[in-house]
Design a protein around this ligand. Sequence first.
Ligand code: ADP
Ligand code: MG
Length: 348
Amino acid sequence: MLADKNPQKTSLAELGEFGLIKHITQYFKLNNASSIKGVGDDAAVLDASKNQTLVTTDLLVEGVHFDLSYMPLKHLGYKAVMVNLSDVYAMNGEAEQITVSIAVSNRFPLEAIEELYAGIQLACDTYKIDLIGGDTTSSTKGILISVTAIGKAAKEDIVYRNTAKETDLIVVSGDLGAAYLGLQVLEREKQVFKVDPNNQPDLDNYTYLIERQLKPEARKDVAGLLKELKVKPTSMIDISDGLSSELFHICTQSKVGCKIYEDKLPLDPQVISTCEEFELDSTMVALSGGEDYELLFTVPIADFDAIKNNPNFSIVGHITAENQGLQLITRAGQEMELKAQGWNALKE
Ligand code: ADP
Ligand code: MG
């Protein structure tokens, strides 16, 4: 349906493991001075210099984390890198290297793996990341991809989850809920396609949502934007499971509470119109829809003026004392307890 079907099919067995590794890594160039040795030896070599090193990893499994009937492999490769870079940026660090490990069944031809690596390479080129290694093996069924990202930051620049302070403002970059709705639209089209394969989906009204689901961008720019504003976050996390869930991590680890204002949640117009169409509550979607890959951070209240009119950021609430718990203030002014549900909660 949505995914391109590549007519050419070269069997992986024909190429062999070493042939495949050579083939998929041949066009990658190293961008960072800290990458001393990339692919090709028993281990990559990095120059750690005087910074602290950030390491993060994510494992994506076909049928659990993605569905290839609407996730083109190129997008999968791109997204697998983004979810890891997002974690490095959420520490206020600079991402520099990745390793990529894949397990593939021989139902995939070489051309499919090429597509996956085209997406990985696009991500590396765009974000100036070096692919420095990985592992390649077979699976009995489906495809599995694990990416590890390595980054750096000066000790004093790193921002943790456990350092939010009472009265701090709570800020999010970008807008919320679009990626989750993109998934709902794609799932619906998949069902329609199953019933009538000739039915061409009209996705014009959902372009932003689908892009947010299929081609998320990690917020590499936020660290620089905040530096320009002379603002250093007191705590930070990336929004992968939904705002509520991430607020829970910050509040639990920092031993604080928070107040979030429903009317301050940043929503794209397509999120609002699609929520109406799907009869979903847009606040629920913003709080619990996952995969936005925006950054959630807290700043001292003294930075209010620096943040308030910046189009990249929305102040959605503030940090309170731990015994206040996590509260959502509705448009009607009612206080409701926030639930710690990630995107899974929306599934049922
Ligand atoms: P070893 O047998 O020492 O584990 P491999 O034959 O698995 O080495 O890998 C050879 C080189 O290719 C190493 O530098 C490894 O990091 C790299 N490599 C293997 N698979 C991948 C992959 N899927 N993507 C990127 N690099 C890879
Ligand atoms: Mg190996």
